[in-house]
Design a protein around this ligand. Sequence first.
Ligand SMILES: [Zn+2]
Length: 117
Amino acid sequence: MLRGLSRAVDPVSAPFAWEAGADGRRELVGARVTQCALSRICGACAESLGRPIAFVGDDLEVARNAFHAPPLHESCAEGLAETEPSWRVVRTAAFEFVRPTKDDLDRRPTFQPSALI
Ligand SMILES: [Zn+2]
């Protein structure tokens, strides 16, 4: 079990950066998203990231090249995408972690792949 986390992590059924919300759907936990970004750990299995880095997102996130879910191992991303039909997997060698400004309507940080593979 991870420090600060009161449950076991499974990259597909209980990914690190998500918790079940009130309606049972998965919701990202903002503090863990930031932890993944700063510590460069995978949002699913919470292990250190290598390359390529993968992101999961819907068509809009792919079109904007701005993802809300944290960076993932390629295999972890593929496992998660199988659970969410709307998610596509994007691979990159690098990304930027972009925090929202006060003028942004969407106050969540985004991950912007900068070297798509
Ligand atoms: Zn992983």
